[in-house]
Design a binder for this molecule. Sequence first.
Ligand SMILES: NC(=O)c1ccc[n+]([C@@H]2O[C@H](COP(=O)([O-])OP(=O)(O)OC[C@H]3O[C@@H](n4cnc5c(N)ncnc54)[C@H](OP(=O)(O)O)[C@@H]3O)[C@@H](O)[C@H]2O)c1
Length: 281
Amino acid sequence: MNAGQQSVPIVEAKGAKIPLVGLGTWDLRGRTCARVVEQALRLGYRHIDTAEMYDNEREVGDGLRASGVKRDDVFVTTKIWPSHFAPPALERAARECLVRLRLSAVDLLLLHWPNPQIPLAETLGALAKVKREGLARHIGVSNFTVALIEEALAATTEPIVCDQVECHPFLDQAKVIAACRRHGMAVVAYSPIARGDARNDALLKRIGARHGKTAAQTCLRYLVQQNIVVIPRTGKIERLSENAAIFDFALSDEEMAEIAALAHPGGRMVDWAFSGQPKWD
Ligand SMILES: NC(=O)c1ccc[n+]([C@@H]2O[C@H](COP(=O)([O-])OP(=O)(O)OC[C@H]3O[C@@H](n4cnc5c(N)ncnc54)[C@H](OP(=O)(O)O)[C@@H]3O)[C@@H](O)[C@H]2O)c1
């Protein structure tokens, strides 16, 4: 993806067409957030990831409008926080997201983290209703284990198009990836450059140098080459192009295997545990 280029590779899952690269916006605030979103869209990004919890939906909406890119050309994801999973609260929260974004619908509405205190079937019923009312074009989940994916699919007939999970070379997510593939769901990788740690990894640097790419680009390529959607975040305009320029080279099978071997038990970066959260896998 280069400046001005309109076509971004996409992943199709249950009718959703999700651009393989999106912009993560966690921790981007105020004018910086609006400016980065605007620039990302001008550079060719067509997928923006936010959440009610990020407290930046207003600025994401501002950036979207300032970019001049047509609304329907951008895939916008937001997420409902687990404290709003009781059905009336979920519908209210979804409407409030849209008010802040100043959009009539988002492309994808996710349950941000599992909440074992509220029956999943009730929450999914509310999510499906929000979709039927036209507030979200697609629905999905985030931070769901394999067991929770199975439970969710059994509890609703509405297509669940993705699981957004932490995913990068330092963390083995093979089980959750396999479950998503089995059910035709997309995997959306959050923290895809391991919160920036990938940039200092010797192997990623070495393999990247062979292809004239940075360690961060090599890390992102490793994921998109497996058809995993990536949503790297940066607050630096100059890194937007770098993080999207990952479709003009390919890693060999041997390089893919070497990178996969970086996974280790302590590799998880995001360890926020909602009370009572079940084990991961
Ligand atoms: N569903 C969930 O529960 C959940 C949880 C976490 C994150 N997310 C989503 O996923 C997005 C991405 O994850 P993340 O923000 O945790 O981490 P990330 O995208 O893996 O890493 C972001 C960090 O990497 C740095 N960085 C970005 N591009 C770089 C490059 N080319 N070279 C070197 N460093 C670079 C950034 O610094 P600079 O800003 O200085 O460039 C920032 O410190 C979030 O923003 C959010 O939208 C979702």
